[in-house]
Design a protein around this ligand. Structure first.
Ligand SMILES: Cc1cc2nc3c(=O)[nH]c(=O)nc-3n(C[C@H](O)[C@H](O)[C@H](O)COP(=O)(O)OP(=O)(O)OC[C@H]3O[C@@H](n4cnc5c(N)ncnc54)[C@H](O)[C@@H]3O)c2cc1C
Ligand code: FES
Length: 611
C-alpha cells in the first residue's frame, strides 16, 4: 500500500501546498498587523462617545409612541450628533423621532458630516458624505442605505454611518483593507469574505488533514520494527551468498533487520556502491533466491521491471528478516582489494583525464571491456593547487569556482570503467575520468570526491581498487553493432570497439558520440584512425553546442543524429545490437528512441553512470 499512498500523498500535497502557504502566510500577516489600527481605533475620538446627560422637559416615550402612527417593538434614547432622539424599532426596521417634537427625523448629509468629524481625530480632511443605497464589501453585514465619509489621511480612513439612526457602523482604513484581503485568502471565501464554513475551505482543510495523517503513516512505514531494537538484542540470521552461476560463496551471520548490504560489508564482502548504502547509486543489486519481498520505491527507481521480476533488489534496501539466500555478481572481487601504481596521467580534454594503472598482480580474463572497477578513495585533504593541468587547459580550470581546500572526510568508493582492453594496454588498467566540479551556480560548492582524488594522482602514486564488476559487456556473435555515447560514456564504448576490432570482428560497427564542442570530445583522432583502418567501422562525432565545420562533423543531439543518419533508413534494425553509455538525459532519450523504433530490450545494453 505504501507506494500508491506515497504517490497520492505527493500529488494531493502538491495541490494543498499552495493553500498551506496561503494559510500560514496570511496567518502570519494577520498576527503582525496592529489590531487597534485594523479596528480603526487610531483615528477614533473616544470622548465623542460619552453621551451627555438626558435633558429635562422633553417628550416622554409614551407620547412618542402614541404619535408614532405605526407599530413599535422597541424604543430607546439616542443622540443624533447633539440632538436628543428616540430610536424606535419594528421587525428590523429602525427610525428616529425627535425627543423635542416627537416627529420623525431623517439623517441628513449635514448630520453625517458632523457625526463623522466628531468621531475622528487626525489630520485628514473629510469628503462630503455620500449616500450609498446598499452597503459595499467594506461595510458588509449592514442592511439598507448607508453614508460614507472618506478622510484624506495616510491610512485612507473611511467611516460608514447608518442612514437610519446616524450610528458609526464601521471604521475602515488601509490596514483593515490589507487584513481583509488576507482574511479572504485565509478563509477561502472569495466572494463574501465572511463565511468560514464554505465548501472550499472544508475541502482544503480535509485535504490538509489527510496530508498530515498520510505523512505520519508514511513516516511510520519508513521504519522497520527492528530499527527500534538495539542490534545486539536482535536474533542472528544466516545469510548465504552465491555467485551469479549458482556456486556457494559464503555464509555469514547477520543481525535480523540489518540490510543485506550492511551484513555483507561487516563480514568483509563489499558490494559495489557509489553511495555507501544510500539507495541512490543502484550498484548494489543482488538476486534474492526464493520469494523476494515486494520491490520498494528505491528498487523501482534503479532496477528495470524485468530484473525486479527476476528477484533483483537493492541490497542496501533489503532487510535480512529470516535466514536468506542471495546471488551476487563479482565473486572474489567482493572481498579482494587490489593495489596498483599510477603509470601515467594524460589530460585528454580539459575535464576528461586518462589514468593508466599498473596493477601489482596480473589481472584475469574477467577484466573485460564494459566492466568497471571500484576505486577505493581514501579520506584526504588537498589544496586546489594539487590538481595539475596542462597549460592549454589553464583557462578552463581558472573558470571553475572551486574551494581552496578539497576534502573527503571518510573513505568512499567510486566506479570507473575500463577504457581500453587490458591485454591491449599491456596488462595495465586504463581509465577515463571526468572531473565533477560541483555546482558552479553555488559559491564554493565541493567538487566530486572520487574525481577530485583521481585528478590529484601523480605517476608513481598507489591506488587501491576492487573489481571488476558489472554486466555491461559485448555479446557473443557478429551482429551489427551500434555504439551511442557521450561524456565519460566514451570509456567502456572505446574499450568495446577496440576489443572487437582487435579480435577481427568484421560485422558493421557504428560509433556515434555526442559532445558539446570539439574541445570536449576525447579520442577524436584515435577514432578517425580506427575508422580509416577498418572499413567495417564508422565514427561520427555529433556536436550539440557549436556549429563547428569539418569532415564528418554533425550538429545536434547524438540520439537524434543517429536516428536521422542511420536508424531511420536502416533496412534491418531488429538485427542490430545497441551499446549505450552517457549522461542520464542522453541515455534516457536514446532508450526511448529505440523503444519507439521497436527495438527489443534484449538488443539494448547500457551502463548508467548517473553523471
Ligand atoms: C557503473 C559505473 C561506471 C562508471 N564509469 C565511469 C567512468 O568510466 N568515468 C567517469 O568519469 N565516471 C564513471 N562513473 C561515475 C563515477 O563513478 C562517479 O559517480 C563520478 O566520477 C562522480 O563521482 P565523484 O566522487 O567525483 O562525485 P560525488 O562526490 O559522488 O558527487 C556527485 C556530484 O555531486 C556533487 N556534490 C559533491 N558534494 C556535494 C554535496 N555536498 N551536495 C550536493 N552535491 C554534491 C559533485 O560535484 C558531483 O557533481 C561510473 C559510474 C558507474 C555507476
Ligand atoms: S549502495 Fe548505492 S543503491 Fe545500494
Amino acid at each position: 500500500m505504501t507506494p500508491w499512498m506515497r504517490k497520492l500523498h505527493k500529488w494531493v500535497g502538491l495541490i494543498i501546498a499552495l493553500q498551506f502557504v496561503l494559510w500560514t502566510g496570511s496567518g502570519l500577516i494577520m498576527s503582525l498587523l496592529d489590531h487597534d489600527a485594523v479596528q480603526g481605533h487610531t483615528h477614533r475620538a473616544h470622548a465623542a462617545h460619552k453621551p451627555p446627560a438626558w435633558p429635562d422637559g422633553l417628550r416622554s416615550p409614551a407620547e412618542v409612541l402614541a404619535g408614532a402612527g405605526r407599530p413599535v417593538q422597541t424604543i430607546d434614547t439616542h443622540w443624533l450628533g447633539d440632538r436628543p432622539m428616540y430610536r424606535l424599532g419594528h421587525m428590523g426596521d429602525v427610525w428616529l423621532a425627535s425627543a423635542e417634537t416627537g416627529r420623525p427625523v431623517t439623517v441628513s448629509a449635514a448630520d453625517v458630516a458632523s457625526i463623522a468629524v466628531a468621531d475622528y481625530v487626525g489630520d485628514g480632511r473629510p469628503s462630503p458624505p455620500r449616500l450609498l443605497q446598499e452597503a459595499t464589501l467594506e461595510a458588509r453585514g449592514h442592511a439598507g442605505a448607508i453614508w460614507r465619509v472618506d478622510f484624506s489621511d495616510d491610512d485612507a480612513t473611511t467611516l460608514y454611518v447608518s442612514a437610519q439612526d446616524g450610528r458609526i457602523l464601521e471604521r475602515r482604513n488601509d490596514g483593515w483593507r490589507l487584513f481583509d484581503i488576507v482574511w479572504m485568502l485565509h478563509i477561502m471565501d472569495y466572494v463574501g469574505r465572511q463565511d468560514f464554513n464554505n465548501p472550499l475551505v472544508v475541502m482544503a482543510a480535509s485535504g490538509g488533514l489527510w496530508i498530515a495523517l498520510s505523512g505520519m503513516w508514511l513516516l511510520v512505514a519508513s521504519f522497520r520494527l527492528s530499527e527500534f531494537v538495539p542490534r545486539r538484542w536482535r536474533p542472528q540470521r544466516e545469510l548465504t551468498v552465491f555467485d551469479a552461476a549458482g556456486a556457494k560463496l559464503r555464509s555469514v551471520h547477520a543481525h535480523a533487520g540489518d540490510s543485506v548490504y550492511l551484513s555483507l560489508a561487516t563480514n568483509g564482502l563489499q558490494l559495489p556502491s557509489n553511495c555507501g548504502g544510500g539507495q541512490s547509486c543502484g550498484l548494489c543489486e543482488v538476486r534474492v533466491r526464493g520469494k523476494a519481498p515486494p520491490p520498494t520505491a528505491a528498487d523501482r527507481a534503479h532496477l528495470t521491471e524485468s530484473r525486479l521480476k527476476l528477484g533483483y533488489r537493492l541490497a542496501c534496501n533489503l532487510p535480512v528478516d529470516a535466514d536468506s539466500q542471495v546471488e551476487v555478481a563479482g565473486g572474489a572481487a567482493l572481498w579482494t582489494e587490489r593495489v596498483a601504481k599510477v603509470a601515467s596521467i594524460t589530460a585528454i580534454t580539459p575535464f576528461l583525464r586518462q589514468i593508466v594503472l599498473e596493477p601489482e598482480t596480473a589481472l584475469g580474463a574477467e577484466f573485460q571491456p564494459g566492466a568497471y572497477l571500484q576505486i577505493h578513495v581514501p579520506g584526504y585533504t588537498l589544496q586546489r593547487s594539487d590538481i595539475d593541468h596542462p597549460e592549454d587547459h589553464r583557462d578552463d580550470w581558472k573558470a571553475l569556482d572551486l574551494p581552496q581546500t578539497l576534502a573527503c572526510r571518510e573513505p568512499v568508493r567510486r566506479s570507473y570503467s575500463l577504457s581500453m582492453p587490458v591485454e591491449k594496454a599491456g596488462g595495465h588498467i586504463t581509465l577515463l575520468a571526468r572531473f565533477s566540479p560541483g555546482r558552479q551556480d553555488r559559491k564554493g560548492h565541493p567538487s566530486g570526491k572520487g574525481s577530485t582524488y583521481l585528478y590529484s594522482l601523480k605517476p608513481g602514486d598507489t591506488v587501491r581498487f576492487s573489481g571488476p564488476f558489472g554486466d555491461f559487456a559485448l555479446k557473443p556473435g557478429t551482429r551489427e553493432k551500434v555504439f551511442i555515447g557521450g561524456g565519460a560514456g566514451m570509456a567502456p564504448l572505446r574499450a568495446m570497439v577496440h576489443a572487437r576490432l582487435d579480435h577481427g570482428g568484421s560485422e558493421r560497427m557504428h560509433f556515434w558520440y555526442g559532445a558539446r564542442n570539439l574541445r570536449e570530445a576525447p579520442y577524436i583522432d584515435e577514432m578517425a584512425e580506427l575508422a580509416a583502418r577498418h572499413p567495417n567501422f564508422t565514427w561520427h562525432l555529433v556536436l550539440s553546442q557549436e556549429a563547428e565545420q569539418g569532415a564528418g562533423l554533425i550538429n545536434g543531439l547524438v540520439h537524434e543524429a543517429t536516428h536521422d543518419h542511420l536508424l531511420r533508413a536502416h533496412p534491418d534494425l531488429a538485427a542490430c545490437e545497441f551499446y549505450l553509455c552517457g549522461p542520464p538525459a542522453m541515455l534516457a532519450a536514446t532508450r526511448q528512441l529505440l523503444r519507439t523504433l521497436g527495438v527489443s530490450e534484449e538488443m539494448v545494453a547500457f551502463d548508467d553512470f548517473k553523471i
